[in-house]
Design a binder for this molecule. Structure first.
Ligand SMILES: NC(=O)C1=CN([C@@H]2O[C@H](COP(=O)(O)OP(=O)(O)OC[C@H]3O[C@@H](n4cnc5c(N)ncnc54)[C@H](O)[C@@H]3O)[C@@H](O)[C@H]2O)C=CC1
Ligand SMILES: O=C(O)C(=O)COP(=O)(O)O
Length: 469
C-alpha cells in the first residue's frame, strides 16, 4: 500500500467515524463512534486512534440539484458538514466530489453509475430526493454496501394535478391561444376545442401517480381506463384493461405514469400512436425514454395526435438557463417547437413547494436514521432491517452493522465471532445478493471492539462493517 493510499484511508476514517446521536440530536455523545471500511494494514496505534470517538461534524453530505432547505436544516441539526449545489455535476466533477463524502443527495438528473460509484470510497448511503431511482445503479450500489433511499409518494399529488391542468389545456388549446395573444394575435376559436366531461382518459401505469390522477379525473367527469403490468384495484369507477392496445384504441387522452425500465423504453412509438384514436392527446410526465419523440412528431404532423404535453426528455440539461434545452435536445428542438398544441415543460411535475418541502424532510430523515442507527427501512436496493433506537447511555453496548454477500454459513460465522458477548437483539434480512445483519451486543469493552471489528473484517462474505457505540 502506498503512503498516499494510507493517507487516503486515514482521511476516510477521520471523516467516517463517529456517527452517533439519535436522529434530531444536535451533538454526539463522546462514547459513540462509527466505522466504515477499516483498512487492514494500518498499524495498531492508528487503529486505536481510529476507534476513538469523533464528532458528527466529520460527516460530509453533498447535496446536488437544489435539494430543499428542509433537508439542509435536518442535516445541520445532526451536526454534519453539508455542501449544497443548485445544479447537477458533469461526470468528472462528480467523481472528484464523491470520493470524499459519506452521503449524497440528488434528484432526477445526477447519474450515479457504476463508474461514478466506483470512486465513492466513503459513501454509506444515497438519497434520491424524488420518486424515480433509475438514475442510480441500484445493484452496483447494493454490492458496494451503499443503501439507496427515495421519497416514494411525496410529489405524486403535484404530478397528478399538473396532468389535470394539461388535459384541459390541451383540450382547449390554451398554450397556443396564450402564445398568440402574447405576440398580439386575437384568435377566438371553438373549432376542435372540447370539454373534458364524458371523454376517456387512459392511464398507463396505475401506481401512486396514476391512481391519484384517476380520482381527480373522475371528479371532472372523465371516464378512466388504465393499463398496468400488475392487477391493481380500481379506484372509483375506473376499469383496468388487459392490453396496451385496448387502452390506446379507446382513450381520448393517454397519460403515462410508468418508471424508466428496459420494458418501458419507447413504450409509445409509431405502432402505438397508430393505435390511438384520431385526434387523441398524449401526456408524458414519467420519463423521457418512455416515448419515442420522432414518432410523436410524425403522429402530430399527420394530425393523428391533436396535442401533447411533455415534461420529461431523453436528455435533460444539468441546470436552469437559456439555451440549455436546445443544446440537449438539438436533434428535435426545431421540429418540436414548431408543432401546434404542444405543451413543453422543464420537468416540473414534482416541483411544488409542498412536495419539495415534504421530500426534503422525508429523505433526510431516512438518511440520518441509516447513518446514525443503521435502520434501512424504506431503502430501495437493500434489505430492510431495523432495531429500536440504541441506548447509547448503556455502557459496553455496541451495535454491529454487517453488510455481506447472501451466501450460506455467514450468520454462523458472525455469531461465532459475537458469541463471547451477550447478543441483546439481532435482525437479519437479504435482498438479492446482499444481506444485512444488525445486532446489539452488550458486555463489550474497548479492546473487544477492536477484536470484533478485525474478526468481522476478515470474513470472506463481508461487504462493509460499521460499529456504533
Ligand atoms: N415529471 C416528474 O416530475 C415526475 C415523474 N415521475 C415519474 O413517474 C413514475 C411513476 O411514479 P409512481 O406512480 O410514483 O410510480 P409507482 O411505482 O407507484 O407506479 C408505477 C406503475 O407502473 C407500472 N408499470 C411498470 N412497468 C410497466 C409497464 N411496462 N407497463 C405498464 N405499467 C407498468 C407498475 O406496475 C406501477 O403500478 C416514476 O417512476 C418517475 O419516473 C415521478 C415523480 C415526478
Ligand atoms: O420524482 C421524480 O421521479 C421526478 O421525476 C421529479 O424529479 P426532480 O426532483 O424534479 O428532479
Amino acid at each position: 500500500m502506498s503512503a498516499l493510499n494510507i493517507e487516503n484511508l486515514q482521511n476516510t476514517f477521520q471523516n467516517a467515524v463517529n456517527l452517533g446521536g439519535s436522529p434530531g440530536a444536535v451533538s454526539t455523545s463522546p462514547t459513540q463512534s462509527f466505522m466504515n471500511t477499516l483498512p487492514r494494514r494500518l498499524s495498531t496505534s492508528k487503529q486505536q486512534k481510529i476507534l476513538k470517538p469523533f464528532s458528527t461534524g466529520d460527516m460530509k453530505i453533498l447535496l446536488l440539484e437544489n435539494v430543499n432547505q428542509t433537508a439542509i436544516e435536518i442535516f445541520n441539526k445532526q451536526g454534519y458538514q453539508v455542501e449544497f449545489l443548485k445544479g447537477s455535476l458533469p461526470e468528472e466533477e462528480l467523481i472528484e466530489k464523491i470520493k470524499d463524502v459519506h452521503a449524497i443527495g440528488i434528484r432526477s438528473k445526477t447519474k450515479l453509475t457504476a463508474k461514478v460509484l466506483e470512486h465513492a470510497k466513503n459513501l454509506v448511503c444515497i438519497g434520491c430526493f424524488c420518486i424515480g431511482t433509475n438514475q442510480v445503479d441500484l445493484n452496483f450500489a447494493a454490492k458496494k454496501g451503499i443503501a439507496v433511499f427515495n421519497s416514494p409518494f411525496s410529489n405524486s399529488r403535484s404530478v397528478a394535478e399538473l396532468v389535470i391542468a394539461e388535459i384541459i389545456s390541451l383540450a382547449r388549446q390554451l398554450g397556443d391561444r396564450s402564445i398568440e395573444l402574447h405576440t398580439g394575435t386575437w384568435n377566438k376559436v371553438s373549432n376542435k376545442c372540447w370539454e373534458v366531461r364524458g371523454k376517456t382518459l387512459g392511464i398507463i401505469g396505475y401506481g401512486h401517480i396514476g391512481s391519484q390522477l384517476s380520482v381527480l379525473a373522475e371528479a371532472m367527469g372523465l371516464h378512466v381506463i388504465y393499463y398496468d403490468i400488475v392487477t391493481i384495484m380500481a379506484l372509483g369507477t375506473a376499469k383496468q384493461v388487459s392490453t396496451l392496445d385496448e387502452l390506446l384504441n379507446n382513450s381520448d387522452f393517454v397519460s403515462l405514469h410508468v418508471p424508466e425500465t428496459p420494458e418501458t423504453k419507447n413504450l409509445l412509438s409509431a405502432p402505438q400512436f397508430a393505435a390511438m384514436k384520431d385526434g387523441a392527446y398524449m401526456i408524458n410526465a414519467s420519463r423521457g425514454t418512455v416515448v419515442d419523440i420522432p414518432s410523436l412528431i410524425a403522429a402530430m404532423k399527420a394530425k393523428k395526435i391533436a396535442g401533447a404535453a411533455i415534461d420529461v426528455y431523453p436528455a435533460e440539461p444539468r441546470k436552469n438557463g437559456v439555451g440549455a434545452f436546445a443544446d440537449d435536445l438539438n436533434k428535435w428542438t426545431s421540429d418540436l417547437i414548431s408543432l401546434p398544441n404542444l405543451i413543453l415543460t422543464p420537468h416540473i411535475g414534482g416541483s411544488t413547494e409542498e412536495a419539495q418541502s415534504a421530500i426534503g424532510i422525508e429523505v433526510s430523515t431516512a438518511l440520518s436514521n441509516y447513518i446514525n442507527e443503521g435502520n434501512s427501512v424504506g431503502s430501495v436496493n437493500f434489505p430492510e432491517v431495523s432495531l429500536k433506537a440504541l441506548n447509547y447511555d448503556q455502557e459496553n453496548t455496541v451495535r454491529v452493522l454487517y453488510i455481506h454477500q447472501n451466501i450460506p454459513g455467514v450468520l454462523r460465522t458472525v455469531n461465532n465471532i459475537l458469541s463471547n458477548h451477550n447478543i441483546d437483539k439481532q435482525f437479519s434480512d437479504s435482498h438479492g445478493d446482499v444481506a444485512y445483519l444488525m445486532a446489539d451486543i452488550s458486555s463489550v469493552d474497548q479492546s473487544d471492539i477492536k477484536e470484533i471489528y478485525e474478526k468481522l473484517n476478515q470474513t470472506d462474505a463481508k461487504i462493509s462493517i460499521r460499529l456504533l457505540y
